[in-house]
Design a protein around this ligand. Structure first.
Ligand SMILES: CCCCCCCCCC/C=C\CCCC(=O)SCCNC(=O)CCNC(=O)[C@H](O)C(C)(C)COP(=O)(O)OP(=O)(O)OC[C@H]1O[C@@H](n2cnc3c(N)ncnc32)[C@H](O)[C@@H]1OP(=O)(O)O
Ligand code: FAD
Length: 664
């Protein structure tokens, strides 16, 4: 018997080859096949069930997380999965866990900041999970300001050891994931002190718990920091606190790629830039951009499928009501998010390339592209996570009342997702880093130093400052060069205007502080330009499959023109376009939405998400929403009994009191 599919008609409307689009989304046929296989493996395994987790108490949820992590590790070993497959498996399990930090930060920190001897000693144990580690940087008093950390690591030449100490309450480590209850080790960031001199913040490998009894080692106080936002969600993670009372570690546990301390206690700064101490954050920010496209795609998939099932108003002669996806307002809210998911996917792919390139250069002692890698990872992390967090909430609203039900999957997705706007660098703080980079680039424009990479457009500032947009009709906005020039002109004009305003301050730092809200806008304009330009570059590639490239062109235009519409004030105020050209862009946008409409369901099918991973009744593949909602309601523990617990103690006396009052 053929399976029921409420979306069958929608799927028939698609004007492109879905299988080929799935490959574009996955990045390659190989990636597609790998991720499809691993996603199904997870979805079919009862241990990875997650539909009940919002009902669990914190302790039960945490134990469930340990069970899943142990089971995942067993599957990884038994099936001899590669590192890439293992990462995929953990991400499809879809439950924040200490393993994210062990594999995602502890190991990369040792790899990036450790010497080859340190790699040889620590990495084999970490790869086998004989030790489990976390990344302990943030403190109660300081997170964004890393240079303000207070934990000290004082070298004692007598014993050839460091003495780790938390001198104040605010120096307590606070937030590291996996620290609270699991990690046996941590990379701890502390101020290095030798001979009474402070050399700033460095990383140290520190054992926290006994490998036999899991008890904290002498001098170490460690625990969980408490419940976080939402039910289920990030509460599966043991974000922890940590204090040191003069804990001793051997000298060779300082990560010594960037700087060294000799046996005599001499501090040696190598020719590697000190910013490499921040290298793990650059790596993770890069992964967060790709993850943003996944989270956004997930929310959009749920909202799109549900919008095609849901009908309201407009029944004629007893016929069906209108599918809410056919309302222009629904399309104007939903389709830009769909386009953004694809845009973030492609910029994430490019950023991965950039990161790999900078890593290879660093290995060859070429540090020239480090500032750009920092600016791109910081800016794109900030921009994509802010958009995605807002988009998940918008998708909830697009699903009306049912979006607020836990089993829509959206509340939990929102709760898990929103801290990405804060962790790995607060989004505003990171945009200010981008702004600094841009202001520096502008200040060097007259010096003969040619801007390269993502700021190469600034080298054409003279033209971009005075060019005029040539759009006369709505369809003129479909020309890639017209779109690109409008975004470049807007970014460069905003940057130069800010640089000029900064120049009016006698103290540049005062100016930077005063103008910081404008500088944040400049950074956003630059990041949006990067995303638009990388989407356009993607379209230059050979993309096989009937109609696939055409759909991507439509999505790229939707992405760019919706930004132009949203930030019309910037484009018009900087004289990049006229108000009339802005109106033509909006007209073209409406036409594009009509072209997306018949393909919408297939475009979200291309994400290839299993129902398990989506975790949403509203987004399930077959669209059988109402029956599933009805069945699911009966599974709620409140429906275990017809009369609720508490009736006799609390309800009945009130109800009876009414009867008594009535009798009086
Ligand atoms: C496939 C596997 C998947 C694995 C995925 C793993 C994912 C795991 C997810 C787990 C979930 C959550 C994890 C969360 C973990 C954390 O949150 S860890 C803590 C993160 N903390 C932060 O991000 C702190 C943010 N603050 C900073 O980064 C810095 O302090 C800040 C950059 C804001 C300022 O630093 P300062 O040292 O004060 O720098 P400045 O004076 O402003 O700049 C000096 C110069 O240094 C340059 N710079 C700064 N940072 C970097 C960098 N990272 N890289 C390169 N260069 C950098 C800056 O541009 C200045 O340059 P200039 O002198 O102007 O040329
Ligand atoms: C779920 C979660 C997991 C985490 N995991 C880890 C982990 O594994 N390891 C770890 O070390 N840390 C971790 N952290 C900590 C995280 O990295 C920090 O919280 C983050 O870097 C932000 O720093 P903060 O908390 O000090 O924010 P603050 O800097 O105190 O920010 C507060 C406000 O001040 C503003 N602000 C701060 N500085 C400036 C400025 N210069 N200019 C303008 N505005 C400013 C910010 O924009 C924000 O609005 C985690 C945090 C969370 C929420």
């Amino acid at each position: 018997m053929e399976a029921l599919d409420y979306h069958a008609e929608e799927r028939r409307k698609a004007e492109f080859n879905l299988d080929e689009m799935k490959i574009v989304w996955a990045g390659s046929r190989r990636n597609y096949e790998l991720s499809d296989r691993v996603a199904r493996l997870v979805a079919s395994d009862p241990v990875f069930r997650k539909d009940n987790r919002t009902m669990l108490t914190r302790k039960d949820l945490f134990k469930d997380t340990l069970r899943k992590a142990a089971h995942a590790w067993k599957r990884i070993i038994d099936l001899r999965l590669s590192e890439e497959e293992a990462n995929m498996l953990r991400s499809y399990v879809d439950q924040p866990a200490f393993t994210d930090l062990h594999w995602g930060m502890f190991i990369p920190a040792i790899k990036g900041q450790g010497t080859s001897e340190q790699h040889e000693k620590w990495l084999p144990m970490a790869y086998k999970m004989q030790i489990i580690g976390c990344y302990a940087q943030t403190e109660l008093g300081h997170g964004s300001n890393v240079q303000g950390l207070e934990t000290t690591a004082t070298f004692d030449p007598q014993t050839d050891e460091f003495d780790l100490h938390s001198p104040t309450l605010t120096s307590s480590k606070w937030w590291p994931g996996g620290l609270g209850k699991v990690s046996t080790h941590a990379v701890v960031y502390a101020r290095l002190i030798t001979g009474g001199q402070d050399h700033g913040v460095h990383g140290f490998i520190v054992q926290l718990r006994g490998l036999d009894d899991h008890l904290p080692l002498p001098g170490i106080t460690v625990g969980d920091i408490g419940m976080k936002f939402g039910s289920g969600a990030y509460n599966s993670m043991d974000n922890g606190l940590l204090r040191f009372d003069h804990v001793r570690i051997p000298r060779n546990q300082m990560l010594m790629r960037v700087s060294q301390v000799t046996r005599e206690g001499k501090f040696v700064q190598s020719d590697v830039p000190r910013q490499l101490v921040y290298g793990t954050m650059v790596y993770v920010r890069q992964t967060i951009v790709s993850d943003a496209s996944c989270a956004l795609a997930r929310a959009v998939c749920i909202a799109t499928r549900y919008s095609a099932v849901r009908r309201q108003f407009g029944s004629q002669n007893g016929g069906p009501e209108i599918q809410v996806i056919d309302y222009k307002t629904q399309q104007s809210r939903l389709f830009p998010l769909l386009a953004s998911a694809y845009a973030f996917r492609f910029v994430g792919e490019w950023l991965k390339w950039l990161y790999t390139d900078v890593t290879q250069r660093l290995q060859a002692n070429d540090f020239s592209t480090l500032p750009e890698a920092h600016a791109c990872t910081a800016g794109l992390k900030s921009m994509t996570t802010s958009v995605t967090a807002d988009a998940i909430e918008e998708c909830r609203k697009l699903c009306g009342g049912h979006g607020y039900l836990s089993n829509s999957g959206l509340p939990e997705l929102f709760a898990v997702y929103i801290p990405t706007c804060t962790y790995e660098g607060d989004n505003v703080v990171l945009l200010l880093q981008v702004a600094r980079f841009l202001m520096k680039t502008v200040s060097q424009l007259g010096s003969g130093k040619k801007p390269v990479g993502t700021t190469a457009y600034m080298g054409r500032a003279e033209h971009l400052m005075q060019c005029r947009c040539e759009v006369e009709m709505a369809q003129d906005w479909l020309k890639p060069s017209t779109i690109l020039e409008a975004f470049e002109a807007r970014a460069v004009r905003m940057s130069i205007a800010c640089a000029k305003s900064l120049g009016k301050f006698s103290n540049p730092e005062d100016g930077f502080a005063e103008l910081s809200p404008d500088l944040v806008e400049v950074a956003i304009a630059h990041c949006q330009l990067i995303v638009v330009s990388k989407f356009l570059e993607k379209l230059q590639q050979d993309i096989p499959g009937k109609g696939v490239k055409r759909q991507l062109e439509i999505l790229c235009n939707v992405y760019a023109l919706h930004l132009l519409h949203k930030h019309l004030g910037d484009f018009v105020a900087t004289g990049c376009i006229t108000p009339n050209q802005g109106a033509l862009a909006n007209e073209q946008l409406r036409l594009l939405y009509a072209q997306v409409r018949p393909n919408a369901i297939a475009l979200v099918d291309a994400f290839n998400y299993t129902d398990h991973y989506l975790g949403s009744i509203l987004g399930c593949y077959d669209g059988n929403v109402y029956q599933k909602l009805y069945q699911e309601a009966w599974k709620d523990p409140l429906n275990d009994t017809v009369v609720p617990d508490g009736y006799l103690e609390y309800l009945r006396p009130i109800l009876k009191q009414h009867i008594r009052t009535a009798r009086l």
